[in-house]
Design a protein around this ligand. Sequence first.
Ligand code: ACO
Length: 162
Amino acid sequence: LRFLCYANDGIDEHMIWLIGLKNIFARQLPNMPKEYIVRLVMDRSHKSMMVIRHNNVVGGITYRPYTSQRFGEIAFCAITADEQVKGYGTRLMNHLKQHARDVDGLTHFLTYADNNAVGYFIKQGFTKEITLEKDIWQGYIKDYDGGILMECKIDPKLPYTD
Ligand code: ACO
């Protein structure tokens, strides 16, 4: 199992994985318009942390790092149907936190969680209580109803992966 983070950088192999991830999101997030998923996954200011197994993508998280504000917005998160509840979602989030802290310099994540995914996000350390000052994120992340805004503080020192 490999955890790799790429943006749409023009490299064929990365592009193939991003398309695979886009297809997982389209299937697992049926309420999201497909064109919107494609646009964000392929957008150069978004990055995707992907779970790769046997050279195939089995899940991932697409996020936008706002480095000047030191937070990231998680846009989409999913694991392919037949690989769910095996712990991949937790390992994925831990790799994302490590990368976001050590590479992007972020201190927090924000996301609009689907109601049925709130339990997953709580287990990953997200809370419904938002501690970040509103003027840090207001105007950066888009309001979206049908989800609940959640926050996660990234520990400055904790080793999230082994
Ligand atoms: N509700 C409550 N708890 C959950 C859920 C859920 N929907 N999904 C997983 N969990 C729990 C598991 O039981 C597990 O708990 P445990 O540690 O006590 O055993 C823990 O969360 C982690 O489970 P994993 O096996 O690591 O999670 P998984 O690999 O299945 O990934 C994910 C979780 C990404 C939510 C996956 O189930 C999925 O793709 N679901 C469909 C798509 C989805 O809802 N995505 C999130 C939408 S919101 C957004 O994208 C911003």
